[in-house]
Design a protein around this ligand. Sequence first.
Ligand code: DGL
Length: 272
Amino acid sequence: MSPIGIFDSGYGGLTILHGVRHLLPEYDYLYLGDNARAPYGPRSFDVVYEFTRQAVIKLFDMGCQLVILGCNTASAKALRTIQQVDLPKIDPERRVLGIIRPTAEVIGQLTKSRHVGVLATEGTIKSESYNLEIQKLYPDIVVSGVACPFWVPLVEYNEADSPGADYFVKKRIDQLMRLDPNIDAIILGCTHYPLLMPKIVKYVEPGIRIIPQGEYVAESLKNYFLRHPEMEQKCSKGGNVEYLTTENPDKFRESAQIFLHEHVDVKNITLA
Ligand code: DGL
């Protein structure tokens, strides 16, 4: 068994898993949420890198040949070092992919005004990863970003639909639109944010496109497999999904239901 590993600090990566499974249901998946140490958003570069490295090694030990960092914060702060420094030492044949690049790649087709907004965690915004990736591909696009520190806890504590969530959602969208009123596409650069979609839609002007990542990451993986048949062949196909968490499995089961609308079996593991 060689499932595709999907890693996130907590539950957010489930929106990536959902999108990927929808397009590529034939593969096996192993999801790992580092719930005991989430959120990663406010954590330093070194800490996010170290936690992510541990998670990748765990997923490799459990048989994954390919791991997707289904977390923008980990993609922003750890992906490059893991690819360049760790992978050659651990196993140069295995692969770790992130989710910022696939999102940046599609943005060129999704904006007419060439003004794009990014809503993400503090860590992702501070890393400037979206600006850098988009600028590399589309130098004509102007990127503005706003950090939304309370959005992840709203989702994790099941408050995404509560009246209190409106205040925080509106505040950050208004802030983004004040930064650049010409924005016509907003990237939800955190995998938790699709859960706030009903509120986001309420405060974003009609005509502005809201871009969650799941379907684009799925398309990009499909494409990757076409370009890398040797990796595609290594990934087992049984349609199974397994879940691992570093926290209490009961809590994970309950929250996963909110994200996936299905009951999941989950095991506890330790990362070190
Ligand atoms: N879901 C993660 C992301 O996409 C962030 C959650 C966290 O702060 O841990 O950035």
